[in-house]
Design a protein around this ligand. Sequence first.
Ligand SMILES: Cc1cc2nc3c(=O)[nH]c(=O)nc-3n(C[C@H](O)[C@H](O)[C@H](O)COP(=O)(O)O)c2cc1C
Length: 145
Amino acid sequence: MPVVSYASVSDSPPMVAVACNPDGFTCKLAQRAGSFSLSVLDREYLTAMGRLATVSGAKVKDKLRDAGLEHGRGSVLNVPVVKVSSATLECKLRSRKRTGDHLLLVAEVRAARSRGAFTDSWDYAQYKPLLYTGWKGGMTTYPGA
Ligand SMILES: Cc1cc2nc3c(=O)[nH]c(=O)nc-3n(C[C@H](O)[C@H](O)[C@H](O)COP(=O)(O)O)c2cc1C
């Protein structure tokens, strides 16, 4: 599922946090598996991202493939990894906390991978981030460079 953001919450060990709707399919799946992956997608996958936001994984056999995103297994954890992602984090769930109507999932990053667009920092000539600007019958993103 698309998430509005993830936060870095520890350097050592490396930890990240995401807020997810506890009734959501992905949230339930991540808790049951005790792990999940985070994928950073380029703007060219805007349409796929829109589909991931509107189709629930509870309704289709393979939601990523349904959205046109091939996936494989993580290098360290048994998590689905989007093959075309610009960067991927493989995350082991460490704790969860109810934050209002969402659940904050805190996870340790067990493996990280990036494509050529990231060396010491992002090369924005190669990587065009998806910057959410609202919903107009689908995802919209900032069209600038
Ligand atoms: C830009 C954007 C950001 C979103 N951020 C979150 C989020 O941070 N947490 C969340 O639970 N859902 C978020 N959603 C909604 C889920 O992506 C959406 O409900 C999704 O279809 C859930 O899929 P699932 O039923 O397969 O889990 C976001 C949707 C969009 C379009």
